[in-house]
Design a protein around this ligand. Sequence first.
Ligand SMILES: NC(=O)c1ccc[n+]([C@@H]2O[C@H](COP(=O)([O-])OP(=O)(O)OC[C@H]3O[C@@H](n4cnc5c(N)ncnc54)[C@H](O)[C@@H]3O)[C@@H](O)[C@H]2O)c1
Ligand SMILES: O=C(O)C[C@H](O)C(=O)O
Length: 350
Amino acid sequence: MLAFRFTMRFSQPALQQKQQHDINRQRRRNLQVSVVGASGGIGQALSLLLKMNPLIETLVLHDVANTKGVAADLSHICTSPTVKSYTGEKELKKALKGSDIVVVPAGRPRRPGMDRKDLLESNANVAIAVAMAVSSVCPSAFLAIITNPVNTIVPIVRDILKSQDSYDPKRLFGITTLDVVRAKTFLGQSLCIDPQRINIPVIGGHSGITILPLFSQSNPPFKGDESEKKELIERVQEGGSEVVKAKAGSGSATLSMAFAGAQFVGSLIKGIKNEEDKPIVECAFVESNVTPLEFFASPVILGPSGIKDIPCLPELDQLESQMLQGLLPVLLKDIEQGVKYANNFITSGC
Ligand SMILES: NC(=O)c1ccc[n+]([C@@H]2O[C@H](COP(=O)([O-])OP(=O)(O)OC[C@H]3O[C@@H](n4cnc5c(N)ncnc54)[C@H](O)[C@@H]3O)[C@@H](O)[C@H]2O)c1
Ligand SMILES: O=C(O)C[C@H](O)C(=O)O
């Protein structure tokens, strides 16, 4: 039923290939990862987990407040990454200069009763500022966005980078790993097995029905009936709201997101290092051709230059096919909203 095919369309002339080779060689030596929004709920926990990654040489923390204290605290941990900190919008470019990976958990979280969409007005400007700074000081960095609403923020960032001539579709990611983490956890509970043993792709986007875990593709296989499967899918789709409700006004998922973010950044790093025997695969919301939409989350294969390949979607079962048809128009609207927002921003010259 799903016959959309992906073709890589990123061909590079020889000079660019040489520059890329040099960048990759440099990256294999000294990796710098920068966290924007490092003093926040996700930012602090994510920075802690990244401080434990021996493949990172320099961990740069940036936030508009409290960065110095978080950095001083982290810097006493006896692991190899060196910690640096920068505070305020004026120091953003200094913070990002030389970054190989910029990961962005900056911006407001949801409160009960809010949709992720409701965060667009407050968070778009943060993402735009980061995209402008990346274009200016580290245009070859991988940019990984956690900030919500991911479905709309990522297209905005793409268009801002494009407006600055620094967009490379292989290097921009919306992080949807938390949806995979949740799908593994809930399926692990259902099968009574260690969730770390589970593989399951989650496709679509990152909000409500746009999140589509593919239990037909899980390994080990899902064993329940159709109604149990529906229940599991809905639990993954509403996982964020489950946490927002439980936190009762004090924010949304932070610790599980930090875990997911650290896993995703860890995979980006493994891709850059290019030393693994098996392919590095993560689900992410990226520009792709696997559906008629410009952006879609699906498993992507990572390498030294970012996205190496985006495989076609697998054969879905009937329920998943129906759900995919249902999510496409919703996700399309979210993406179009981002494109419109960026266009207004660019044409108004703000
Ligand atoms: N992609 C996902 O799966 C996922 C999961 C959980 C949360 N989120 C999103 O992540 C974002 C952060 O969530 P949180 O719980 O950590 O929020 P938080 O309020 O605890 O932290 C946000 C941090 O961003 C900082 N910040 C704000 N504007 C900034 C700017 N211009 N430059 C640098 N830093 C800035 C704040 O000072 C704060 O420290 C939210 O938008 C939330 O919805 C996404
Ligand atoms: O639900 C939220 O607002 C935060 C995040 O997107 C999540 O999935 O936990």
